[in-house]
Write a protein that binds this ligand. Structure first.
Ligand code: GRF
Length: 199
């Protein structure tokens, strides 16, 4: 069984969707560890409530290389095969990415490369786009930039607020993140340059 390491910073709804899909037998993996860089993250409580191994590694004030070394040690201690960022609000260093080549995934609430970074749903509303959505991608050293595995489009409605739009995008995030994890774990893909093809 492949072992997942899930990195969070807050609410943890993507983590919960992954845990639910695993429980339903739809993702062939187990959650080896949930790590939060914020000790008060709701997702940590939810993970403990599910009886999972949940660890806080506070990042405040720590140099990126030192912090990422701590993360890598914790992931190695738990024999993690695939790292899933789920609302983890930190950029990872090159040394971290090198330790898990094509083995770190992220979910982002826009159709990348549009609206990388913080508040992607607000950026989409303020730009006036009619379609936005979410993206699951491999993580590289740049912010929200690696090869794209899956995307889902979500229409922007005239009366949308950041909250209503975010809620509709979140439903799609939960769906495509679980689907993408399954594709990667089963090795049903190939990467050529930036293009990820389904095998
Ligand atoms: C999601 O919108 C995700 O796309 C973004 O941060 C949010 C995390 O939500 N990276 P949650 O913690 O998974 O509920």
């Amino acid at each position: 069984m492949k072992r997942l390491g899930i990195l969070i910073s807050g609410r943890g709804s993507n983590f919960e969707a992954i845990a639910d899909h695993i429980a339903a037998g739809e993702i062939p993996a187990e959650i080896a560890v949930v790590i939060s860089n914020r000790p008060q993250a709701r997702g940590l409580e939810m993970a403990r409530g599910r009886g999972l191994n949940a660890v806080a590694i506070p990042s405040k004030g720590l140099d990126r290389e030192i912090y990422d070394r701590m993360l890598l040690d914790e992931l190695a201690r738990n024999s993690v095969d695939l790292v899933c960022l789920a609302g983890f609000m930190r950029l990872l260093s090159a040394s971290f990415i090198r330790a898990y080549p094509n083995r770190v995934l992220n979910i982002h609430p826009s159709l990348l490369p549009a609206f990388p970074g913080l508040d992607a749903q607000r950026q989409a509303l303020e730009h006036g786009v009619k379609i936005t959505g979410c993206t699951v991608h491999f993580v590289d050293e740049e912010l929200d930039a690696g090869p794209i595995i899956l995307q889902s489009a979500v229409p922007v409605l005239d009366d949308d607020t950041v909250e209503t739009l975010s809620a509709r995008i979140l439903e799609q995030e939960h769906r495509i993140y679980c689907q993408a994890i399954r594709i990667v774990l089963e090795g049903r893909y190939s990467v050529t340059g930036r293009r990820v093809a389904r095998a």
